[in-house]
Each structure stands twice: as structure tokens, then as C-alpha cells.
Design a protein around this ligand. Structure first.
Ligand SMILES: [Zn+2]
Length: 277
């Protein structure tokens, strides 16, 4: 199946960015197609049975025990701290974490006095602030909606952003964290870049494509913040994908280089975009 139309801008002209192998069925390849008008990259084809790619082994859902996992939760806390700082800056009190995974951000912010709810359709948690249906929030509006590495998993980002805009108070904010395909770690790892994470990531963004998406859905893009830790995390995972010797050490090094270069290029591994209604 070839890609006929870009789901973000309806554009019909593409160039192939890279081919990436299926992590489960190694003989299957995905083509990542760059839309020449809006710069969004689409994963093609999108598998029909996407659910099987979200098994209990999926990283974001796991309970961590090993050393790498301990470092992962330490980093997650640091990231939560950084994200919460933005909530303070935009003066948000009521928050919806859309696609909240294991619920780490919901718990972190709730403990610190925020009124946080989470929506998570796939991962089951016992947390009463987390629901698997958006119906639960039908009579509720929020100061801020967060999507931490979530939009790239959705089939129709434009509709989702329009729907979420209606759930925001006037002047409310949407925070989007997304991997950046213009980062040095992407350029270094190419088809082995863990930020592609096919086929779970259906779309791949850079700054230009998010600017387009934000305008198309009627938001105002008012800020961008780098997520420095993601460069290390993505690079270590990419080294593991390559089956490198000492993947942690090599990944930390490439992550460091990526972060340093991002000061000059303005293109870190992941970016938090601040969109205002
Ligand atoms: Zn497009």
C-alpha cells in the first residue's frame, strides 16, 4: 500500500526519508515518507493489528528492577520536575495528562498540589484519577492538557488536537513532547534511531511540522523547551538496537554530543512545544 495523502495537510508529494525494519517481523520493512509540504513524516504501511505492538514488554508500561531501570525512574523524576516547572510558568492548576501510560506524571503532580487527571486507553492502572475513557471528562475543562510522547502514536493528530482544544479553558495550554527527527542523534543513528519506534510511532515531527500542525488546529505556538535527558535515553536504546558492546557508555556519549550540538542547531532530541488556545 502506498501513501496517497498526508494525514496532516492533505499534501500528495512525498520523498522517502528512510526504511526501518519491523521489530517483531524482521522481514517486514516500513517506509518513512516525508511530506514535502508540511514536513511530517508518515510510517507506511500502518499495520492493522497495532495492538500487538503494545505488549506488557512495552517500555513505558514496565515496572523497573534492573540498574538501567533504576536510572530510568530517576530520569523520569527529573523529567517530571522539568515538566512541572512549565506548569508553574503557565499558571496551570487543573491538568489532563492524555495518554498517561503508567501514570507517573499524574501521581507526581497530584502529590504537589495539582489537580491532575489522566486518560490512558491501553494500560490498566488502579489509580482513581486515571480513566480509560474520555467520556469520564465530558463535563470538565482543563487549564492545561499534556501529551508526553503521545501524539506520534495517534492515527489522526489533527482531529485529536481539535478535540482537545475544546477541552481547554479559554487561554489554556497544550504541552506536546515529541521526538525531533532533525536532532543529531537521529542523523547519527539513521534507520536505527530509537525515536522512530516503528510501527508504534505513526508520525514523526520536526519543528516545522509542529508549527504547521499548530496553525492548522488553531493553536498559537508560544514556546519550545528541550528535553535533554531524552538524548541519552534514545541514544542508549539505539545502541541496544545496534547490539553494540557497552551500549550505555556509547549511548551516553552520543547523547552528550547531541545535547551540545543542539545549543548551536536548536534541534535537541526531543522538544516540549507549548501551544496556547
Ligand atoms: Zn503534509
Amino acid at each position: 500500500m502506498t501513501l496517497k495523502k498526508c494525514v496532516i495537510c492533505d499534501g500528495i508529494n512525498f520523498s522517502k526519508k528512510v526504511s526501518v525494519r519491523d521489530p517483531l517481523k524482521k522481514s517486514t520493512k516500513y517506509s518513512l515518507m516525508l511530506c514535502l509540504s508540511c514536513k511530517t513524516v508518515s510510517t507506511t504501511p500502518i499495520p492493522k493489528d497495532l495492538d500487538q505492538y503494545y505488549s506488557v514488554n512495552y517500555d513505558s508500561y514496565q515496572k523497573k528492577t534492573s540498574l538501567f531501570s533504576k536510572i530510568y525512574s530517576f530520569a523520569q523524576n527529573l523529567n517530571n520536575y522539568r515538566k512541572t516547572k512549565i506548569l508553574k510558568q503557565i499558571n496551570a492548576k487543573s491538568i489532563l495528562d492524555y495518554g498517561c501510560g503508567s501514570g507517573s506524571f499524574v501521581r507526581y503532580t497530584s502529590k504537589r498540589g495539582y489537580e491532575t487527571n489522566g486518560y490512558e486507553p491501553i494500560n490498566d492502572t488502579n489509580d482513581t484519577n486515571i480513566s480509560d475513557s474520555m467520556e469520564t471528562f465530558k463535563n470538565k475543562n482543563f487549564d492545561c492538557i499534556t501529551m508526553w510522547h503521545v501524539l506520534e502514536h495517534t492515527k489522526d493528530p489533527v482531529s485529536i488536537l481539535k478535540e482537545l482544544k475544546r477541552k481547554l479553558q479559554k487561554g489554556g495550554s497544550l504541552l506536546l513532547a515529541l521526538p525531533n527527527y532533525d536532532s543529531y542523534d537521529n542523523i547519527y543513528y539513521k534507520k536505527e534511531w530509537a525515536g522512530y519506534d516503528v510501527p508504534r510511532h505513526l508520525y514523526h515531527f520536526n519543528k516545522k511540522s509542529v508549527m504547521f500542525l499548530s496553525e492548522k488546529t488553531g493553536f498559537q505556538l508560544i514556546g519550545m523547551k528541550p528535553l535533554y535527558l531524552d538524548a541519552f535515553y534514545v541514544s542508549i536504546l539505539s545502541e541496544k538496537k545496534r547490539k553494540s558492546f557497552l551500549p550505555e557508555i556509547k549511548g551516553l556519549w552520543v547523547g552528550l554530543v547531541s545535547n551540545i550540538l543542539s545549543f548551536f542547531s536548536g534541534n535537541p532530541s526531543s522538544i516540549i512545544y507549548i501551544l496556547k488556545k
